[in-house]
Design a binder for this molecule. Sequence first.
Ligand code: ADP
Ligand code: 3PG
Ligand code: MG
Length: 392
Amino acid sequence: MEKKSVRQATARGRRALVRVDFNVPLTDSGEVADDRRIVEALPTIHHLQTAGARTILLSHLGRPGGRRDPRYSLRPVARKLSALLGQPVPLAEDCVGMNALQATARLQNGGILMLENLRFHAGEEGNDPAFVQELAQLGELFVEEAFGAVHRAHASTVGLPQRMPSFCGLLVEKEVRELSHLREEPEHPYVALLGGAKVADKLPILNGLVGRADALLLGGALAFPFLAAQGKPLGASPTESGLESEVQALMARAGQNGTVLELPVDWLGERPGQKEVVACSADDVPSDVLLRDIGPRTRDRFYARLDGSASVFFNGPMGKAEDFRFTPGTREVLAGLATLAGYHVCAGGDSARIARDLGVEAAFQYVSTGGGAALEFVAGLDLPGLEALPDA
Ligand code: ADP
Ligand code: 3PG
Ligand code: MG
């Protein structure tokens, strides 16, 4: 998957539209809570600046639903970027229209400008040709640097590269290179350690990993429908409904492909409103208990699978790891992983933050800036934002 690189672009004096994924978490007071995605885009920004380009940064933040909403303004991001670059980066109030045109026209060679949230316009997610045209007017070339968004077929990720000379940014190149180790020819045994909560979103990914990975270790709320399919009790835990047939089909495919599915054999949980932690076997869950974390026997079994593996893909905590009572599952398994050799990758917005907060980031050789995009890439799916870029 060799794409034309931003390094090959003739950029001096030209306006470069650079799609970045500055969709970062904000604190309650509206400051950037995790700047990883901004920091990781700096090499491309520096490259373009040195090359004498006029850099115009495009991004989305959150899901404002096609309407201007100040809660989703990129202003805190522009402030953070200014601090990281040590120079003020102006933010145009709109990503299209007179305001954006005038702001881009004022740019000097080596200058940098940010445009306000793309998703303030419905044309972004709808990949509306008129909106693409308005964006395209603002520049002479396009650089795809938003790895976290290349699984979306939006105006800025597909419309623009279909319309103008386009190049792959340095972060996207790095992500593709690193994650290709798992997508193309992973070293075996290859184990996927998966958890988290968004089960319906993740089932297609699990499906893609069946036959690619040798074992899937499922923790967190992600394990619930699999245990339910085996007739195991889940106490009072809320579960997503309507997934039964998909889960059955996945378990059957895993069996046919020789992919091991390892599920929790014990849990830590809580009764609503009570502080006390309840430990139980996966065969015997009190009906009023919410299951919140994998138990110690499950941790040992997961560790035993990871021991001896050559490649590991981690996405999704083993439980409700934001609650100090339910950190052990994720922390202990990842602390164990940190002692093992092999190529270990972490992906997912919450996963990367949780690994850092638990002090176990050292378990990973690579931490992706992608959430859904990294998952789909590793699962072998085609990503529209990459497909749209010209080959080298
Ligand atoms: P990522 O963003 O890394 O892909 P997810 O968004 O799928 O991860 O999952 C992260 C969330 O899953 C965390 O907020 C965590 O609290 C929640 N979670 C995982 N297991 C449970 C559980 N058993 N009960 C409640 N929340 C859970
Ligand atoms: C992400 O955070 O995964 C990307 O920025 C994509 O955001 P989205 O899921 O709202 O499209
Ligand atoms: Mg998440």
